[in-house]
Design a protein around this ligand. Sequence first.
Ligand code: PNS
Length: 162
Amino acid sequence: MANTIIYPGTFDPFTLGHLDLTQRAAKMADRVVVAVAQEVGSKRTLFTTDERVAFAKEACQGLNNVEVLGFSGLLTAFAKQQQGNIILRGIRSGADLDYERPMAELNRKLTPGLDYIFLLPEPELSAVSSTLVREIARLGGETHTLVPNNVEQALRQRFGVS
Ligand code: PNS
């Protein structure tokens, strides 16, 4: 059976941690879909869905079996529509695992045949989060070791740093 990994997230913005996981997933599966969530509850995103999709697409350009798509509604419905059989999430800490476990358990309960894999980021990327990247960029800090070049440029433009 062909494996399709769905890698969902807000990706606001896509970081080197996300890229690391996508690259590793691309070696494990026939196809990987980076699934950019359009709705993120009450959270407001810094970048629009189109921008978040475009950043991830550009960063994943060299990965032939990776697609980047926006999605709305239930992740499980999107996974089914894409014939995805595995959902991938990154785990940086115990807090991440506590957040992920109920979602994974419910999604598996709702969707027979769906499984999950969790990957640890490379140690040098384990502290990287989109939230901290946005904060650092907003305050004029350097983000080139945290995000792909295209995202770094977009952050500079957004926050008016030359
Ligand atoms: O990067 P994030 O913000 O941690 O990603 C969270 C995301 C988008 C993966 C999660 O909120 C999600 O799956 N949203 C889609 C809606 C859904 O299926 N909700 C039910 C979860 S049990």
